[in-house]
Design a protein around this ligand. Sequence first.
Ligand code: SF4
Length: 465
Amino acid sequence: MSEELQKLIPLSELAPKGSSSSAAVKVAFWTLGCRLNQYDTEGLKTAMNSRFLMEVVPWKEKAHVYVLNSCTVTHKADQECRRLARQAKRRHPESKVVVAGCYAQTQPEALSNISEIDAVIGNANKDDVEQWLPQVLGQDHPLLAVDDFQVHPVFDSPVIDSFTGRSRAFVKIQDGCNLRCTYCLIWQARGPGRSRTQEDIFLQLQALVDNGYSETILAGIHLGGYGRDLSPRLPLVDLLRNILQRFPQLRIRLSSIHPNEVSEELLDLYRQHENMRPHLHISLQSGSSTVLKRMKRPYGSDRAWEALKQVSAANPEFGIGADIIVGFPGETDEEFEETRRMVEDLPFSYLHVFRFSPRPGTPAAEMKPQISPQVITHRSEVLRQLAARKKEEFEKKFIGSVREVVIEADGGRDGFKNATTDNYLSVLVEGDFPAGTLAQVEITCVSEGSLIGKIKQILNENQGE
Ligand code: SF4
């Protein structure tokens, strides 16, 4: 380690929190992937900060340790992780590069064979920072800390009090998954489905409310599976009802659910509570029952049609998004047309279109025939164009209306701040308002493809950041 860095912290004296030493360990973080990974990175910062004298520095700056919280949902995510690890080491050869997260949990050997990587920390181990951080800093040979999940059956996560760069905070309330969709590696990366206790969720929400957050997005790998492992069981709808009662000011958004988890009981919560943001992101994947069957998804296209009609009947202003995979093995033109027609006929306000990515060790990677990249590109383009048209149509419905928004920490353009409405529209709001501001906004027009709005009333002066 260079003299300059040595001066900052003698390796042997990694200073525990509260010590008189002034030598803080400099740590830079980079997160790939989903909301849960982003939450986990905040958890890592909190855990490290509570135990060591540390300073979080931007990724491009000099640091003792670079922590890459990885994703493995596609081969591109793996590639990006390897590129960032090599980049960090090239820039700072004397520093330590740690790869944690889903890629680390599923392919530890492959990563530990990369000379630029000094430590591989699995999802089951990453919260044990007091174990692995001193080891990483204190040794010159690679560290491999990747336990099997069976060892950690319970939900485990520190309470965070802020969310770097965000004015609406993700809160992880569920982790892992007990389903076995044929294209998915996540259940291997994140282990069995496990839920956070209501008490712990309340502690987490209180910490964010105390820090001025007015909206939280409840997230999980299989959110709809929340509470099934708790004793007594606590269904997601009951948890939501308790949160709404305990935090009457807090706006609640769900990260994503499966079509078969849309129930009248859930929709009643949206009808009865304005704080339930009228937006649902559906993990749909396909509109064809035969494809859904090959994916081993727990519902058919009939149930998906029914669920999406239920949602729009509950509130036609509901923002409805969905994840769709195109090019799943064996997907015929007819099967793709079933998906295209579902998107055409149902009131989606946006789509996330994913190209099928064969993941090593999944049944779908072995399925025949694999669809050609050209056909996948064509089908992705068809769905993306359709989704863009539907998004525009949905946005235009709200010109002249007043919606509740939260001012975002990023985005925006000169003289305008980026904001997110209750039903998940992006609006450019005229003026300069702190991130986290909750307000009523009148949507006035579309300009250069963006909705424009002006503040009618500020609902909270607090700032999320
Ligand atoms: S529900 Fe399916 S796709 Fe989602 S994490 Fe579980 S196994 Fe993977």
